[in-house]
Unconditional design. Structure first.
Length: 478
Protein backbone atom coordinates (compact mmCIF):
# COMPACT_ATOMS: atom_id res chain seq x y z
CA UNK A 1 0.00 0.00 0.00
CA UNK A 2 2.78 2.41 0.91
CA UNK A 3 4.56 1.64 -2.36
CA UNK A 4 1.40 2.45 -4.33
CA UNK A 5 1.10 5.83 -2.58
CA UNK A 6 4.74 6.67 -3.37
CA UNK A 7 4.24 5.73 -7.05
CA UNK A 8 1.10 7.85 -7.20
CA UNK A 9 2.97 10.88 -5.81
CA UNK A 10 5.85 10.35 -8.24
CA UNK A 11 3.41 10.09 -11.16
CA UNK A 12 1.59 13.22 -10.03
CA UNK A 13 4.87 15.12 -9.68
CA UNK A 14 5.97 14.00 -13.14
CA UNK A 15 2.62 15.08 -14.60
CA UNK A 16 2.92 18.51 -12.99
CA UNK A 17 6.38 18.85 -14.52
CA UNK A 18 4.97 18.13 -17.99
CA UNK A 19 2.08 20.53 -17.36
CA UNK A 20 4.53 23.29 -16.43
CA UNK A 21 6.57 22.53 -19.54
CA UNK A 22 3.46 22.81 -21.73
CA UNK A 23 2.51 26.15 -20.14
CA UNK A 24 6.05 27.52 -20.46
CA UNK A 25 6.26 26.58 -24.13
CA UNK A 26 3.05 28.53 -24.77
CA UNK A 27 4.32 31.53 -22.80
CA UNK A 28 7.58 31.43 -24.75
CA UNK A 29 5.94 31.15 -28.19
CA UNK A 30 3.33 33.88 -27.62
CA UNK A 31 6.00 36.46 -26.73
CA UNK A 32 8.39 35.11 -29.35
CA UNK A 33 5.68 35.67 -31.98
CA UNK A 34 4.96 39.19 -30.73
CA UNK A 35 8.53 40.33 -31.44
CA UNK A 36 9.57 38.26 -34.45
CA UNK A 37 7.75 40.41 -37.01
CA UNK A 38 9.11 43.83 -36.00
CA UNK A 39 12.45 43.65 -37.80
CA UNK A 40 10.77 42.31 -40.96
CA UNK A 41 8.15 45.06 -41.37
CA UNK A 42 10.11 46.86 -44.12
CA UNK A 43 10.36 43.63 -46.08
CA UNK A 44 6.65 42.93 -45.67
CA UNK A 45 5.80 46.35 -47.11
CA UNK A 46 7.63 45.33 -50.30
CA UNK A 47 6.14 41.83 -50.39
CA UNK A 48 2.53 42.99 -50.11
CA UNK A 49 3.00 46.39 -51.82
CA UNK A 50 1.49 48.13 -48.79
CA UNK A 51 2.48 51.17 -46.79
CA UNK A 52 4.24 50.93 -43.44
CA UNK A 53 1.12 52.42 -41.80
CA UNK A 54 -0.84 49.35 -42.89
CA UNK A 55 1.84 46.73 -42.34
CA UNK A 56 2.63 47.91 -38.79
CA UNK A 57 -0.81 46.61 -37.79
CA UNK A 58 0.64 43.12 -38.09
CA UNK A 59 2.41 43.96 -34.82
CA UNK A 60 0.08 46.58 -33.32
CA UNK A 61 -3.09 44.62 -34.12
CA UNK A 62 -1.68 41.48 -32.51
CA UNK A 63 -0.79 43.27 -29.27
CA UNK A 64 -4.08 45.18 -29.24
CA UNK A 65 -6.18 42.04 -29.75
CA UNK A 66 -4.26 40.05 -27.10
CA UNK A 67 -4.57 42.77 -24.47
CA UNK A 68 -8.26 43.44 -25.20
CA UNK A 69 -9.28 39.77 -25.00
CA UNK A 70 -7.27 38.68 -21.94
CA UNK A 71 -9.92 39.43 -19.27
CA UNK A 72 -12.67 37.89 -21.42
CA UNK A 73 -10.71 34.67 -21.86
CA UNK A 74 -9.93 34.56 -18.14
CA UNK A 75 -13.64 34.90 -17.36
CA UNK A 76 -14.48 32.16 -19.86
CA UNK A 77 -11.88 29.99 -18.15
CA UNK A 78 -13.67 30.43 -14.83
CA UNK A 79 -16.98 29.52 -16.44
CA UNK A 80 -16.07 26.70 -18.82
CA UNK A 81 -12.80 25.39 -17.40
CA UNK A 82 -9.23 26.72 -17.49
CA UNK A 83 -7.91 23.63 -19.26
CA UNK A 84 -10.52 23.83 -22.01
CA UNK A 85 -9.88 27.51 -22.81
CA UNK A 86 -6.11 27.11 -22.50
CA UNK A 87 -5.88 24.12 -24.84
CA UNK A 88 -8.36 25.54 -27.35
CA UNK A 89 -6.08 28.57 -27.44
CA UNK A 90 -3.19 26.33 -28.47
CA UNK A 91 -5.29 24.81 -31.26
CA UNK A 92 -6.48 28.22 -32.50
CA UNK A 93 -2.95 29.64 -32.37
CA UNK A 94 -1.48 26.69 -34.29
CA UNK A 95 -4.09 26.66 -37.07
CA UNK A 96 -3.94 30.43 -37.57
CA UNK A 97 -0.10 30.36 -37.67
CA UNK A 98 -0.18 27.89 -40.57
CA UNK A 99 -2.93 29.77 -42.41
CA UNK A 100 -1.09 33.10 -42.14
CA UNK A 101 1.75 31.67 -44.21
CA UNK A 102 -0.69 31.21 -47.12
CA UNK A 103 -2.13 34.75 -46.95
CA UNK A 104 -2.64 36.12 -50.48
CA UNK A 105 -2.74 39.75 -49.34
CA UNK A 106 -2.16 41.93 -46.30
CA UNK A 107 -5.88 42.15 -45.40
CA UNK A 108 -6.18 38.37 -45.01
CA UNK A 109 -2.89 38.31 -43.10
CA UNK A 110 -4.16 40.92 -40.64
CA UNK A 111 -7.41 39.02 -40.13
CA UNK A 112 -5.58 35.77 -39.41
CA UNK A 113 -3.11 37.61 -37.18
CA UNK A 114 -6.05 38.73 -35.02
CA UNK A 115 -7.23 35.11 -34.87
CA UNK A 116 -3.73 34.11 -33.79
CA UNK A 117 -3.87 36.82 -31.10
CA UNK A 118 -7.21 35.44 -29.87
CA UNK A 119 -5.56 32.05 -29.43
CA UNK A 120 -2.62 33.61 -27.60
CA UNK A 121 -4.96 35.49 -25.26
CA UNK A 122 -6.70 32.20 -24.37
CA UNK A 123 -3.59 30.54 -23.00
CA UNK A 124 -1.99 33.71 -21.65
CA UNK A 125 -5.11 34.43 -19.60
CA UNK A 126 -5.33 30.94 -18.10
CA UNK A 127 -1.73 29.84 -17.48
CA UNK A 128 -1.41 31.60 -14.11
CA UNK A 129 -4.78 30.16 -13.04
CA UNK A 130 -3.69 26.61 -13.97
CA UNK A 131 -0.50 26.93 -11.93
CA UNK A 132 -2.46 28.35 -8.99
CA UNK A 133 -4.99 25.52 -9.17
CA UNK A 134 -2.69 22.51 -9.57
CA UNK A 135 0.77 23.38 -8.25
CA UNK A 136 1.38 22.72 -4.53
CA UNK A 137 1.77 25.91 -2.52
CA UNK A 138 5.42 25.18 -1.79
CA UNK A 139 6.17 25.07 -5.57
CA UNK A 140 3.82 27.75 -6.85
CA UNK A 141 6.13 30.77 -6.71
CA UNK A 142 8.99 28.87 -8.31
CA UNK A 143 6.68 27.67 -11.09
CA UNK A 144 5.48 31.21 -11.78
CA UNK A 145 9.12 32.28 -11.86
CA UNK A 146 9.88 29.64 -14.49
CA UNK A 147 6.98 30.95 -16.59
CA UNK A 148 8.45 34.46 -16.26
CA UNK A 149 11.74 33.08 -17.53
CA UNK A 150 9.97 31.59 -20.55
CA UNK A 151 8.32 34.96 -21.25
CA UNK A 152 11.68 36.76 -21.04
CA UNK A 153 13.43 34.26 -23.31
CA UNK A 154 10.59 34.46 -25.84
CA UNK A 155 10.69 38.23 -25.91
CA UNK A 156 14.48 38.21 -26.28
CA UNK A 157 14.75 35.57 -29.00
CA UNK A 158 11.85 36.77 -31.18
CA UNK A 159 13.65 39.78 -32.72
CA UNK A 160 16.85 37.73 -33.16
CA UNK A 161 15.00 35.00 -35.07
CA UNK A 162 13.14 37.65 -37.04
CA UNK A 163 16.41 39.22 -38.16
CA UNK A 164 17.78 35.87 -39.31
CA UNK A 165 14.59 35.06 -41.24
CA UNK A 166 14.57 38.51 -42.86
CA UNK A 167 18.11 37.92 -44.09
CA UNK A 168 18.01 34.28 -45.20
CA UNK A 169 14.44 32.91 -45.49
CA UNK A 170 11.05 33.82 -47.00
CA UNK A 171 8.53 35.87 -44.98
CA UNK A 172 6.31 32.82 -44.41
CA UNK A 173 8.83 31.46 -41.91
CA UNK A 174 8.01 34.34 -39.57
CA UNK A 175 4.77 32.50 -38.83
CA UNK A 176 5.86 28.89 -39.37
CA UNK A 177 9.11 28.68 -37.39
CA UNK A 178 7.33 28.19 -34.07
CA UNK A 179 4.71 25.69 -35.33
CA UNK A 180 6.66 22.53 -34.30
CA UNK A 181 7.07 23.96 -30.78
CA UNK A 182 3.40 24.86 -30.38
CA UNK A 183 2.32 21.49 -31.81
CA UNK A 184 4.40 19.72 -29.17
CA UNK A 185 3.04 22.08 -26.48
CA UNK A 186 -0.53 21.32 -27.61
CA UNK A 187 0.02 17.58 -27.41
CA UNK A 188 1.68 17.93 -24.01
CA UNK A 189 -1.09 20.18 -22.67
CA UNK A 190 -3.87 17.78 -23.60
CA UNK A 191 -1.97 14.90 -21.97
CA UNK A 192 -0.72 16.56 -18.78
CA UNK A 193 -3.16 19.28 -17.65
CA UNK A 194 -5.77 17.67 -15.34
CA UNK A 195 -9.20 17.38 -16.91
CA UNK A 196 -11.46 18.66 -14.16
CA UNK A 197 -14.73 20.31 -15.11
CA UNK A 198 -15.54 23.42 -13.07
CA UNK A 199 -18.67 23.75 -11.03
CA UNK A 200 -21.08 25.76 -13.15
CA UNK A 201 -21.94 28.97 -11.36
CA UNK A 202 -25.53 30.17 -11.55
CA UNK A 203 -26.44 33.05 -13.82
CA UNK A 204 -25.69 33.95 -17.40
CA UNK A 205 -22.46 35.27 -18.85
CA UNK A 206 -22.39 39.08 -18.75
CA UNK A 207 -21.80 39.59 -22.46
CA UNK A 208 -22.51 43.33 -22.40
CA UNK A 209 -20.02 43.86 -19.58
CA UNK A 210 -17.40 41.87 -21.51
CA UNK A 211 -17.99 43.94 -24.67
CA UNK A 212 -17.81 47.25 -22.80
CA UNK A 213 -14.66 46.28 -20.89
CA UNK A 214 -12.98 45.06 -24.09
CA UNK A 215 -13.95 48.32 -25.79
CA UNK A 216 -12.45 50.42 -22.98
CA UNK A 217 -9.15 48.52 -23.00
CA UNK A 218 -8.95 48.37 -26.79
CA UNK A 219 -9.69 52.07 -27.29
CA UNK A 220 -7.18 53.19 -24.63
CA UNK A 221 -4.39 50.98 -25.99
CA UNK A 222 -5.17 52.07 -29.55
CA UNK A 223 -4.96 55.71 -28.48
CA UNK A 224 -1.67 55.25 -26.64
CA UNK A 225 -0.03 53.35 -29.50
CA UNK A 226 -1.20 55.88 -32.12
CA UNK A 227 -0.52 59.01 -30.06
CA UNK A 228 2.72 59.86 -31.83
CA UNK A 229 1.24 59.26 -35.28
CA UNK A 230 -1.94 61.27 -34.83
CA UNK A 231 -0.55 63.84 -32.37
CA UNK A 232 -1.37 63.82 -28.68
CA UNK A 233 -3.55 66.90 -28.96
CA UNK A 234 -5.26 65.91 -32.21
CA UNK A 235 -9.04 65.87 -32.51
CA UNK A 236 -9.00 62.18 -33.42
CA UNK A 237 -7.08 61.15 -30.32
CA UNK A 238 -9.10 63.36 -27.97
CA UNK A 239 -12.29 61.90 -29.44
CA UNK A 240 -10.91 58.39 -28.95
CA UNK A 241 -10.14 58.94 -25.26
CA UNK A 242 -13.54 60.61 -24.79
CA UNK A 243 -15.16 57.49 -26.24
CA UNK A 244 -13.11 55.33 -23.83
CA UNK A 245 -14.27 57.47 -20.88
CA UNK A 246 -17.88 57.20 -21.97
CA UNK A 247 -17.56 53.42 -22.34
CA UNK A 248 -15.98 53.21 -18.88
CA UNK A 249 -18.82 55.19 -17.26
CA UNK A 250 -21.37 52.99 -19.04
CA UNK A 251 -19.46 49.86 -17.95
CA UNK A 252 -19.48 50.85 -14.27
CA UNK A 253 -23.17 51.79 -14.46
CA UNK A 254 -23.99 48.46 -16.09
CA UNK A 255 -21.88 46.30 -13.76
CA UNK A 256 -23.45 47.71 -10.58
CA UNK A 257 -26.85 46.57 -11.82
CA UNK A 258 -25.88 43.00 -12.67
CA UNK A 259 -26.45 40.03 -10.39
CA UNK A 260 -23.43 38.31 -11.96
CA UNK A 261 -21.21 41.09 -13.39
CA UNK A 262 -18.32 40.53 -15.76
CA UNK A 263 -15.93 42.38 -13.45
CA UNK A 264 -15.42 40.75 -10.03
CA UNK A 265 -15.94 44.02 -8.18
CA UNK A 266 -15.73 42.47 -4.67
CA UNK A 267 -12.24 41.13 -5.48
CA UNK A 268 -10.98 44.60 -6.35
CA UNK A 269 -11.87 45.74 -2.82
CA UNK A 270 -9.04 43.49 -1.62
CA UNK A 271 -5.99 45.74 -1.17
CA UNK A 272 -3.60 42.86 -1.82
CA UNK A 273 -5.11 42.23 -5.25
CA UNK A 274 -5.43 45.86 -6.38
CA UNK A 275 -1.96 46.86 -5.19
CA UNK A 276 -0.50 43.73 -6.76
CA UNK A 277 -2.15 44.47 -10.11
CA UNK A 278 -0.84 48.03 -9.97
CA UNK A 279 2.68 46.76 -9.28
CA UNK A 280 2.40 44.40 -12.26
CA UNK A 281 1.55 47.29 -14.57
CA UNK A 282 4.08 49.74 -13.15
CA UNK A 283 6.97 47.25 -13.14
CA UNK A 284 6.47 46.38 -16.81
CA UNK A 285 6.12 50.08 -17.60
CA UNK A 286 9.43 50.83 -15.87
CA UNK A 287 11.21 48.02 -17.69
CA UNK A 288 9.80 48.67 -21.14
CA UNK A 289 10.55 52.39 -20.99
CA UNK A 290 14.23 51.58 -20.44
CA UNK A 291 14.25 48.87 -23.12
CA UNK A 292 12.72 51.26 -25.68
CA UNK A 293 14.72 54.39 -24.86
CA UNK A 294 18.23 53.14 -24.09
CA UNK A 295 18.93 51.88 -27.67
CA UNK A 296 18.31 55.44 -28.92
CA UNK A 297 21.06 56.67 -26.61
CA UNK A 298 23.47 53.89 -27.56
CA UNK A 299 23.01 54.32 -31.31
CA UNK A 300 22.25 58.04 -31.51
CA UNK A 301 24.78 59.54 -29.10
CA UNK A 302 27.34 56.81 -28.35
CA UNK A 303 27.43 55.57 -31.96
CA UNK A 304 27.24 51.82 -31.31
CA UNK A 305 26.05 49.60 -34.18
CA UNK A 306 22.67 47.86 -33.72
CA UNK A 307 24.20 44.37 -33.40
CA UNK A 308 26.31 45.45 -30.41
CA UNK A 309 23.30 47.24 -28.92
CA UNK A 310 21.47 43.91 -29.03
CA UNK A 311 24.26 42.25 -27.07
CA UNK A 312 24.22 45.03 -24.45
CA UNK A 313 20.42 44.97 -24.06
CA UNK A 314 20.48 41.17 -23.63
CA UNK A 315 21.72 41.72 -20.06
CA UNK A 316 18.17 42.55 -18.98
CA UNK A 317 16.31 39.39 -20.11
CA UNK A 318 19.19 37.07 -19.22
CA UNK A 319 19.33 38.24 -15.62
CA UNK A 320 15.53 38.29 -15.44
CA UNK A 321 15.43 34.70 -16.69
CA UNK A 322 17.89 33.63 -13.99
CA UNK A 323 16.32 35.62 -11.14
CA UNK A 324 12.66 34.67 -11.74
CA UNK A 325 12.69 31.04 -10.53
CA UNK A 326 15.14 31.93 -7.74
CA UNK A 327 12.86 34.65 -6.37
CA UNK A 328 9.77 32.49 -6.83
CA UNK A 329 11.29 29.61 -4.85
CA UNK A 330 12.35 31.93 -2.01
CA UNK A 331 8.92 33.58 -1.91
CA UNK A 332 7.37 30.14 -1.42
CA UNK A 333 9.38 29.85 1.79
CA UNK A 334 9.56 33.43 3.10
CA UNK A 335 6.53 35.18 1.59
CA UNK A 336 6.23 37.63 -1.28
CA UNK A 337 6.24 41.07 0.31
CA UNK A 338 10.01 41.40 0.81
CA UNK A 339 10.74 40.40 -2.78
CA UNK A 340 8.10 42.76 -4.16
CA UNK A 341 9.78 45.61 -2.30
CA UNK A 342 13.36 44.68 -3.20
CA UNK A 343 12.40 44.10 -6.83
CA UNK A 344 10.79 47.51 -7.15
CA UNK A 345 13.84 49.09 -5.51
CA UNK A 346 16.13 47.36 -8.01
CA UNK A 347 14.10 48.68 -10.93
CA UNK A 348 13.80 52.14 -9.42
CA UNK A 349 17.55 52.12 -8.71
CA UNK A 350 18.27 51.35 -12.36
CA UNK A 351 16.11 54.28 -13.50
CA UNK A 352 17.72 56.58 -10.92
CA UNK A 353 21.22 55.70 -12.14
CA UNK A 354 20.20 56.42 -15.75
CA UNK A 355 18.62 59.72 -14.68
CA UNK A 356 21.61 61.05 -12.76
CA UNK A 357 24.67 59.57 -14.44
CA UNK A 358 23.75 58.28 -17.92
CA UNK A 359 26.34 60.37 -19.75
CA UNK A 360 29.13 59.32 -17.39
CA UNK A 361 28.40 55.58 -17.51
CA UNK A 362 30.82 53.25 -19.26
CA UNK A 363 29.46 50.36 -21.38
CA UNK A 364 30.13 47.94 -18.53
CA UNK A 365 28.22 50.17 -16.11
CA UNK A 366 25.28 50.39 -18.54
CA UNK A 367 25.25 46.59 -18.77
CA UNK A 368 25.31 46.36 -14.96
CA UNK A 369 22.44 48.88 -14.74
CA UNK A 370 20.40 46.78 -17.15
CA UNK A 371 21.31 43.71 -15.09
CA UNK A 372 20.09 45.50 -11.93
CA UNK A 373 16.80 46.31 -13.66
CA UNK A 374 16.43 42.72 -14.87
CA UNK A 375 17.26 41.37 -11.42
CA UNK A 376 14.64 43.69 -9.89
CA UNK A 377 12.07 42.54 -12.42
CA UNK A 378 12.92 38.92 -11.65
CA UNK A 379 12.48 39.56 -7.93
CA UNK A 380 9.11 41.25 -8.27
CA UNK A 381 7.27 39.34 -11.01
CA UNK A 382 6.68 35.81 -9.75
CA UNK A 383 6.34 36.71 -6.03
CA UNK A 384 3.86 39.42 -6.99
CA UNK A 385 1.83 37.06 -9.17
CA UNK A 386 1.85 34.42 -6.45
CA UNK A 387 0.78 37.00 -3.86
CA UNK A 388 -2.14 38.21 -6.00
CA UNK A 389 -3.45 34.72 -6.73
CA UNK A 390 -3.10 33.67 -3.08
CA UNK A 391 -5.67 36.32 -2.19
CA UNK A 392 -8.21 35.34 -4.86
CA UNK A 393 -11.10 32.90 -4.38
CA UNK A 394 -10.90 29.78 -6.54
CA UNK A 395 -13.87 30.74 -8.75
CA UNK A 396 -12.11 34.00 -9.73
CA UNK A 397 -8.63 32.64 -10.54
CA UNK A 398 -9.17 32.80 -14.31
CA UNK A 399 -10.59 36.31 -14.28
CA UNK A 400 -7.80 37.70 -12.11
CA UNK A 401 -5.17 35.68 -13.97
CA UNK A 402 -6.41 37.40 -17.12
CA UNK A 403 -6.19 40.76 -15.35
CA UNK A 404 -2.57 40.05 -14.37
CA UNK A 405 -1.73 39.31 -18.01
CA UNK A 406 -3.66 42.41 -19.07
CA UNK A 407 -1.74 44.68 -16.67
CA UNK A 408 1.51 43.20 -17.98
CA UNK A 409 0.55 44.13 -21.55
CA UNK A 410 -0.80 47.54 -20.54
CA UNK A 411 2.46 48.32 -18.73
CA UNK A 412 4.48 47.35 -21.80
CA UNK A 413 2.31 49.48 -24.10
CA UNK A 414 2.43 52.53 -21.84
CA UNK A 415 6.18 52.13 -21.33
CA UNK A 416 6.77 52.03 -25.08
CA UNK A 417 4.46 55.02 -25.62
CA UNK A 418 6.23 57.00 -22.89
CA UNK A 419 9.68 56.24 -24.26
CA UNK A 420 8.87 56.80 -27.93
CA UNK A 421 6.93 59.95 -27.07
CA UNK A 422 10.07 61.54 -25.63
CA UNK A 423 12.25 60.31 -28.50
CA UNK A 424 9.90 61.69 -31.14
CA UNK A 425 11.50 64.72 -32.79
CA UNK A 426 14.77 64.52 -30.82
CA UNK A 427 17.80 65.60 -32.86
CA UNK A 428 20.90 63.65 -31.85
CA UNK A 429 23.04 66.32 -33.51
CA UNK A 430 22.04 68.56 -30.60
CA UNK A 431 23.48 66.65 -27.67
CA UNK A 432 22.10 68.91 -24.92
CA UNK A 433 18.55 68.54 -26.24
CA UNK A 434 18.90 64.78 -26.57
CA UNK A 435 20.33 64.38 -23.07
CA UNK A 436 17.49 66.50 -21.72
CA UNK A 437 14.99 64.09 -23.27
CA UNK A 438 16.78 61.06 -21.82
CA UNK A 439 16.97 62.64 -18.36
CA UNK A 440 13.28 63.56 -18.46
CA UNK A 441 12.00 60.12 -19.45
CA UNK A 442 14.14 58.28 -16.92
CA UNK A 443 13.15 60.87 -14.31
CA UNK A 444 9.49 60.06 -14.95
CA UNK A 445 10.41 56.43 -14.40
CA UNK A 446 11.79 57.35 -10.98
CA UNK A 447 8.54 59.17 -10.15
CA UNK A 448 6.54 56.07 -11.19
CA UNK A 449 8.80 53.96 -8.96
CA UNK A 450 8.08 56.26 -5.99
CA UNK A 451 4.34 56.01 -6.71
CA UNK A 452 4.64 52.21 -6.89
CA UNK A 453 6.37 52.09 -3.50
CA UNK A 454 3.60 54.31 -2.07
CA UNK A 455 0.92 51.97 -3.47
CA UNK A 456 2.84 48.97 -2.17
CA UNK A 457 3.06 50.52 1.32
CA UNK A 458 -0.58 51.56 1.38
CA UNK A 459 -1.65 48.12 0.20
CA UNK A 460 0.46 46.53 2.93
CA UNK A 461 -1.13 48.82 5.53
CA UNK A 462 -4.69 48.01 4.39
CA UNK A 463 -3.92 44.30 4.15
CA UNK A 464 -2.60 44.18 7.73
CA UNK A 465 -5.51 46.29 8.94
CA UNK A 466 -8.02 43.90 7.33
CA UNK A 467 -6.29 40.82 8.75
CA UNK A 468 -6.17 42.47 12.19
CA UNK A 469 -9.91 43.15 12.07
CA UNK A 470 -10.61 39.57 10.99
CA UNK A 471 -8.47 38.26 13.84
CA UNK A 472 -10.34 40.40 16.37
CA UNK A 473 -13.70 39.18 15.03
CA UNK A 474 -12.51 35.58 15.34
CA UNK A 475 -11.40 36.16 18.95
CA UNK A 476 -14.73 37.79 19.82
CA UNK A 477 -16.68 34.93 18.28
CA UNK A 478 -14.64 32.44 20.31
Amino acid sequence: MKTEIIKKKEGSSRNLFYMLMAICLGAFVSHFTAGIVNVSLPRLTETFHAGIGTVQWITTGYLLAVASLLPVMGKLGDRYGQRRIHNLGYVCFTISSVLIAFSPNVAILLLLRVLQAAGASMFQATNIALITMYMPKERRGRSLGIVSTAVALGGMSGPIAGGMIAQWLSWQWLFLIHVPIILFATWLAFRSIPNQEPERKPGTFDGMGAVLFTAVIGIVILGVTQGQVWGWGSLGLVSLFAAALAALVLLLWWEKRQAHPFLPLPVFKNAAVTSGLFITGSSFLLANTILVVLPFYLTGLVGIVPLEVGYIMAAYPLILAAAGPFAGALSDRYGSRLFQFLGLCGMGGGSLILTLWLEQLSMLEIVLTLALTGFGMGLVTSPNNSFIMKNVASHYVGTIGGMVALMRNVGMVFGAALGLGFMNGVSFDEKAQAMGAFTSVFGINVAIFVLSIAVFGYGLFLDRKTKGSQKQETNHSV
